[in-house]
Write a protein that binds this ligand. Sequence first.
Ligand code: ADP
Ligand code: MG
Length: 430
Amino acid sequence: MEETRIIGFADAEEVHVPSLPKGSALLDGKFRIDRQIGSGGFGITYLAKDIYLERAVVIKECFPEAFCFRFGNEVRVGSPKHEVQYRKSVDMFMREARSIAKMRHPNIVTVHQVFEENETAYMVLDLIDGRDLADIIESEDTELKPDQVHEILVKVLDAVDLVHRNDLLHRDISPDNILLDKWGSPALIDFGAAREDASQKGNAVSTMLIVKDGYSPHEFYISGAKQGPCSDLYALGASIFHLISGEAPPDSQRRVAKLTNNDADPLQPLQGRFPQYEPAFLEAIDTAMRVPPKDRIQSAKAWLALIEQDRKKVNVVKIPEPKNISKTLSELIEETNKHVFDAPLVKQEVAPKPAPASKAQSFKPEWAEEFNRETLEAAQQQREEKRAAAVAARLAEFAPNKEVETSARERPDGPQSRPPKKGTFRRDKG
Ligand SMILES: Nc1ncnc2c1ncn2[C@@H]1O[C@H](COP(=O)(O)OP(=O)(O)O)[C@@H](O)[C@H]1O
Ligand SMILES: [Mg+2]
């Protein structure tokens, strides 16, 4: 995976980043450094422990390596001429932490704390227990399914939309800055390059050029070039392109050079190459990665509308039922009732009627009336059972393998315990 570079600084020579040693205490012993897990041009990332809450956290230390060095645990400015830039970096680091803290979003890493110490600044982040997309792309044991890729993109777009609505640009979206937690939900991390106010559109927005080959759009390589939301969307498109195709996209400067020479674009579009994805989904990624910024998708919302609209089109297609079962059922019951009630009652075997009794003989024992009533009820019940058996037989004939449901109200367990229909698409909205 390409590293984030600061053009003109870090690429000149390999810089060894001296990190805080294991066991270093921060904020009066509230946090203890465990080990370094990353280092970019601006900072060092550590795994650490929150001593009071007894849980693991991630701590980022502001360490703009081009301007500083470590002295003990402290960070010192390398040369007096870098003093202003170093202070600016620490201020921006604090501002960045506050900006992330403001953006409460399930797919943006949560900042718990920011503080100054050791002549620099630190931010404490939620530890996301999972893997970054770069790791997933590189590993052979995990392959994400189209539905998962779709869900990751939708969630990250929603997060990016919030970043842009806060007048920020992330400026370093790439597979290694998107973490997937153990439930497969993505989180956008590393706002280290999000140093500029997107509301200053059209101005020379950056004094430092921060790039990651393959993911950065060409305007990130040109000092003073206009950067906007579509610059982040290019980088997000490139990250998802890598996830789908397994290949990092060619770097945008090469694309510009080829196109300027009227040569073919070295980027092979996704559309038409991956039939397991919806064509509109792939087309949107290709559009987000167009070289001229004006030809790209201009906002995260517009991108979401393109792919969600496509999903809805698929969702509304109803699979026709083989027969209208409720109508057929009532017809069957009516027909069977008619058949049973119109039929003559089966003659009961009855004892021969006794001859009319004389007055003296007309004695009626107490149980006789009860006996007569029971006999009548038994005949009635027999008729009911026969009707039910006839209905059941007709139903079995109509749908032999189908468990016919009565209305939800009649079900003993009520409508809410009905099992989900197979094939129903369910997606948690992020
Ligand atoms: N909140 C976090 N939870 C888990 N891992 C993290 C977290 N933040 C960063 N990491 C890991 O540390 C790496 C470096 O962190 P990052 O913030 O991207 O800094 P940089 O790229 O500048 O070194 C990430 O690629 C990721 O693997
Ligand atoms: Mg990073």
